[in-house]
Design a protein around this ligand. Structure first.
Ligand SMILES: [Zn+2]
Length: 350
């Protein structure tokens, strides 16, 4: 008997152009996430059946209409639109551009081949780029931050996988030497096209920051999860000082939420959910305390030589004002305090 396949083909009509096509998703009960990196990237999956070990479920996240080149998540293809009319605006533009043979949408869209069960990473990368490009057809204030944040982060993961798994380029259109050359050819029409992991991560971070800046519903779990992703991205990009600042932000947010939840419990307001928040915050406070110490050491090591040099350059200085001087020079708080203390102890000797 043939082994059960993990693919579920779905025949459905495109919500934009109504062309029928077959899309796929993966049966989630057939695999488990194995190694998950800090920024939620699943580095390895554990399959029930080792025959499927090469399949990467994240490749099946974005669906693609072969006619109008709509690239979106399956919910949109199934007609679950919660964009408040924004999708209609994208549709209008997409239906025009996808009929133009030389438009970016047509040229990219024609490269995507989702006709067989196994997708090439290049097709998947292009599908993610188009999903981003199509969302960015909206003016900046109309765009859905959470969608874009997710798409950019997932794109960064794909660039990472292409490198770390050594996935080769697939057949390229128009005699381009490499897949990257092909993507770079869109630079003129799309100056900010993200062509590598660091660029995609940076934009993901900015969109997650947008989510935080616009968060208004007071859902502390959601906000802290977003902040944790931002920390992970900063760390991945080697910006420990920025990560440390955000860790402090997480600590403050969790401490505040804990106080609010405690007060509510004392008044007998929603004791169940508030106890849940208390437990959640306790875990977060523990974790951010440890992470803050770990990052603090790293940041201090990184900044110490420059801080010492800056103080030496200042010449004669009151040892008690060293910390403040360093704060003015935008050093991290941990560096200001530690170097400040060193100078206080030495009584100004350098
Ligand atoms: Zn379509």
């Amino acid at each position: 008997m043939a082994a059960e396949t993990p693919f579920v083909p779905v025949k459905l009509k495109c919500p934009f152009c109504e062309t029928e096509s077959v899309q796929r998703y993966i049966k989630s009960r057939m695999f488990q996430n194995d190694i998950v990196e800090e920024d939620s990237h699943v580095a390895t999956y554990k399959w029930e059946n080792v025959e499927f070990a090469q399949i990467r479920p994240n490749f099946y996240h974005i669906w693609h209409c072969p006619n109008c080149h709509l690239c979106e998540e399956k919910e949109i293809f199934r007609g679950e639109d919660n964009s408040g009319g924004k999708l209609e605006l994208i549709k209008e533009k997409l239906l025009i551009y996808s009929r133009m043979p030389n438009s970016l949408i047509t040229r990219m869209g024609l490269v995507i081949d989702f006709t067989t069960d196994i997708y090439s990473i290049d097709s998947v990368i292009v599908a993610h780029l188009l999903a981003i490009y199509e969302q960015e057809l909206l003016s900046p204030n109309m765009r859905q931050f959470s969608r874009l944040a997710r798409f950019y982060l997932r794109l960064a993961w794909l660039y990472r996988e292409k490198e770390s798994l050594g996935l080769p380029d697939s057949k390229l259109p128009d005699n381009y030497a490499t897949f990257k050359d092909f993507l770079a050819s869109f630079h003129e029409e799309w100056p900010a096209i993200p062509l590598d992991e660091p660029t995609a991560l940076q934009v993901a971070l900015e969109r997650y920051q947008d989510i935080l800046n616009h968060a208004s519903n007071g859902d502390v779990k959601f906000e802290i999860n977003v902040m944790n992703l931002i920390i992970a991205i900063h760390r991945r990009c080697g910006r420990n000082a920025e990560a440390l600042k955000m860790v402090r932000g997480v600590f403050t947010a969790a401490t505040k939420a804990r106080q609010t939840a405690r007060a509510a419990i004392q008044k007998g307001v929603n004791p169940g959910p508030n106890q849940g928040i208390l437990n959640f915050c306790a875990g977060i406070i523990d974790k951010s305390t440890t992470l803050s110490e770990e990052l603090g050491e790293l940041v201090f090591k990184e900044e110490f030589p420059a801080a010492k040099e800056a103080i030496t350059k200042l010449g004669a200085i009151d040892p008690n004002s060293v910390a403040d001087k360093l704060r003015q020079l935008k050093f991290s708080e941990i560096t200001c305090r530690r170097v400040g203390k060193m100078f206080e102890k030495q009584g100004g000797k350098k």
